[in-house]
Design a protein around this ligand. Structure first.
Ligand SMILES: Nc1nc2c(ncn2[C@@H]2O[C@H](COP(=O)(O)OP(=O)(O)OP(=O)(O)O)[C@@H](O)[C@H]2O)c(=O)[nH]1
Ligand SMILES: [Mg+2]
Length: 406
């Protein structure tokens, strides 16, 4: 049942479709589609061409307008492309109608992300979490997906519209599966909660951030461990926790799944326990890829996802990573057009963020190890302060450490 969509789509070309609504500029949509293309590549799909349309809101029946859909259909037929990916979650109704019209494979942002998660999941725990989210996505879309499964099994036979009784049975099977997986997750959650309790009094810090910003690279650097890091989205799905020691001061650091805009809600829910590590952390290191054109929006996405996980705002250090890859276009003196975000230098960015964050931010390159010692110093001070605040009568530990290190 896993990989029920993409496994078929490896090395397949796809067209990507996004809307330019009132809230988005054309530039933003281009960046969103770049991200969708990156997601597709991560899943082994080859993005061929983007289609966009200006609409106030998605068409409830076919997502894009009928004329646009015909244009896309023509292009796909002319170029023999059998896969289309939408940059939003399609409603079951939209999915049905588009499939009727195009007769091709259709993915939406949610099913694409779910499938990447399914490919990436390593542990039984992560697999269970993804499987639950997949079934929850599947349930309201049963007709179409079942058709899809039949096609997989039946070797190219397109079966449209299974009978009502069959559909009811399938629905029941899936509902049972969902409650079974939920039970299973509850059990694992209980085990993990008791494991966390046994960790003692160490201060806990968590690396959080958008996907592909360098969290795992930083984890490896700080803990001298080997966590899988690579230039693909969602390289990390399971949370790893390491003991890190800076100047004899030990604390726990966790590395976890990266966030992305429009992260499917079911996925956030089923990853609840993975994210408990974040919820229970004393200090967050919010890692940002400053070389990404959209890094400011990514910061907002992460902040909002964090608020979904935990209403309470935690002490946070913003870690701007990848300064080595930062580029900008200095404005010519005779250029009278208003400055845009591409015209801002690293120095200017530093100044404005230092102000905004009251110095709770740092600019580093995990790759070149630039400013990593300063980050360690910052961490040392913050962890020490948290520990002393929490255990005011137990701070002899640190006096000893300080004497030793002075
Ligand atoms: N140029 C540059 N690349 C970096 C830096 N730090 C990390 N990278 C690269 O960025 C990519 C993503 O790094 P990861 O550490 O896997 O990022 P992550 O945030 O853990 O990503 P996910 O687990 O997928 O959410 C890798 O190709 C890294 O080599 C840096 O300071 N500069
Ligand atoms: Mg990672």
């Amino acid at each position: 049942m896993k990989d029920f969509i993409i496994s078929e789509s490896k090395n397949e070309q796809a067209v990507l479709v996004g809307l330019i609504t009132q809230e988005q500029t054309e530039e933003q949509v281009k960046e969103y589609l770049d991200e969708l293309a990156f997601l597709a590549e991560t899943a082994g799909i080859i993005p061929d061409r983007n289609f966009t349309q200006k609409l106030d809101k998605p068409n409830p029946v076919t997502f894009v307008g009928t004329g646009k859909l015909q244009e896309i259909k023509q292009y796909m037929e002319d170029n023999e492309i059998g896969l289309i990916i939408f940059d939003d979650e399609l409603s079951p109704k939209q999915l049905r109608n588009i499939e009727k019209e195009l007769q091709t494979k259709i993915l939406d942002r949610t099913s694409l992300i779910l499938d990447i998660f399914a490919m990436r999941a390593q542990t039984a725990y992560a697999k269970t979490q993804v499987e639950l989210a997949q079934y929850q996505y599947l349930l309201p879309r049963l007709t179409r997906m079942w058709t899809h499964l039949d096609r997989q099994r039946g070797g190219g036979v397109m079966m449209r519209g299974v009978g009502e009784t069959q559909l009811e049975t399938d629905r029941r099977i899936i509902l049972n599966k969902i409650s079974f997986l939920k039970e299973e997750l509850k059990n694992i959650d209980r085990q993990m909660a008791s494991q966390r309790k046994n960790r003692g009094k160490m201060v806990r810090a968590a690396l959080v951030g958008y996907t592909n910003v360098g969290k795992s690279t930083l984890m490896n650097l700080l803990s001298k461990s080997e966590v899988f890091a690579e230039n693909k989205l969602f390289a990390t799905l399971d949370t790893t926790v390491r003991k890190v020691i800076i100047d004899n001061l030990p604390f726990l650091l966790s590395d976890t799944v990266g966030f992305i805009r429009k992260l499917p809600t079911h996925l956030v829910e089923s990853f609840k326990s993975t994210l408990d590590e974040v919820r229970e952390a004393d200090l967050l290191l919010h890692v940002v890829d400053i070389s990404h054109p959209n890094f400011e929006e990514q910061i907002e996405v992460v902040k909002n996802t964090l608020l979904d996980i935990d209403k309470e705002e935690k002490p946070t250090i913003l870690v701007f990573n990848k300064v080595d890859a930062f580029t900008y276009k200095p404005k010519e003196e005779d250029d009278l057009t208003p400055a845009t975000k591409e015209n801002i230098s690293l120095e200017e960015l530093k100044k404005s963020w230092m102000n905004k964050m009251h110095n709770d931010c740092i600019f580093i390159s995990a790759k070149n190890k630039t400013n990593v010692d300063e980050l360690k110093e910052m961490l040392y001070e913050r962890v020490k302060a948290i520990h002393i605040e929490r255990y005011p009568y137990n701070d002899f530990l640190f006096q000893k450490y300080d004497e030793e290190t002075e």
